[in-house]
Write a protein that binds this ligand. Sequence first.
Ligand code: 18C
Length: 272
Amino acid sequence: LKLQTMNLDEPLDVIPPERCDHPLWPEVERVTMDQLYYARLEVEDTPSSGGGNWELFAQDGELRLYKRELEIDGLVCDPLKAVHTVKGVTAHEVCHQFFSPDVRFDWENTLDSMKVVENINPNTLVFHQIHKRVWPAAQRDTVFWSHIRKIDADTLRTKCHPNSTGKKLPYNVWIVCNNSVDRPDVDRGGCLRMRLVVSMCCEMTIDPPVDDDAQITRDHLRCRIIYCSKINPGGWAPASVLRALYKREYPKFMKRFSQYCIDVYKDKPIML
Ligand code: 18C
């Protein structure tokens, strides 16, 4: 399997292919755009606009984590929204690190194993992951497609800016969207299969603004990371264990992952 991932020295514009005949493609398009819209709704927006009811459960500097309590068939499926602002990295760089299988083990600590089971196109892969077992629950695995794309300014203006009035448009926006896929052919190896919808949406601004892109240095880069997840554990797991687990692990993940991105890129040319 030959993976076309980006060479950090030769940035590649990850735009969706004009034509993709894969049967999952309409779903990839739809879910990615839905997630972009959902991510960019402010947490304080009213329920009628689809964004309200978030409860802040952790905060550390610029990092804020919100949850909504939701149980489905007695299973805790609380949606999560985490918002962080980091300096010195671009939206493209952060999304590239979140998408690329080459670096997954450098920042992801919930995994026993990870495999790319299908290459849909250069910016869309299907992953099979086996996660670490959490006592006393059964071990979990996931199969999901993962898609990375840059959102152009026109799409931002016309389709996905819920409160377009009075808000400054970011320099650019990138998103990675992960969504579970039914793949009974992928061996569960005795695990319970979880279902997830996860997105990492990154809005980049240049601060202070410059007249010419050539003047941009890492000191100008501000990246707002909006991480959203909805996970259905797929079978019995004690509610108290699960809520304690995510309250501890999501803040750790957000801090570790963003610091990892800063460290990777600090002495590298900027990938806009
Ligand atoms: O989004 C993240 N990673 C992506 C690439 O891997 C991808 C994966 C998402 C799956 C996340 C769920 C993992 C939970 C598995 C349990 C094992 C945890 C062990 C941790 C011990 C150190 O989108 C980043 C993911 C960051 C996840 C933080 C942990 C969140 C826990 C949420 C609980 C969900 C239910 C799990 C049921 C397990 C049984 C108790």
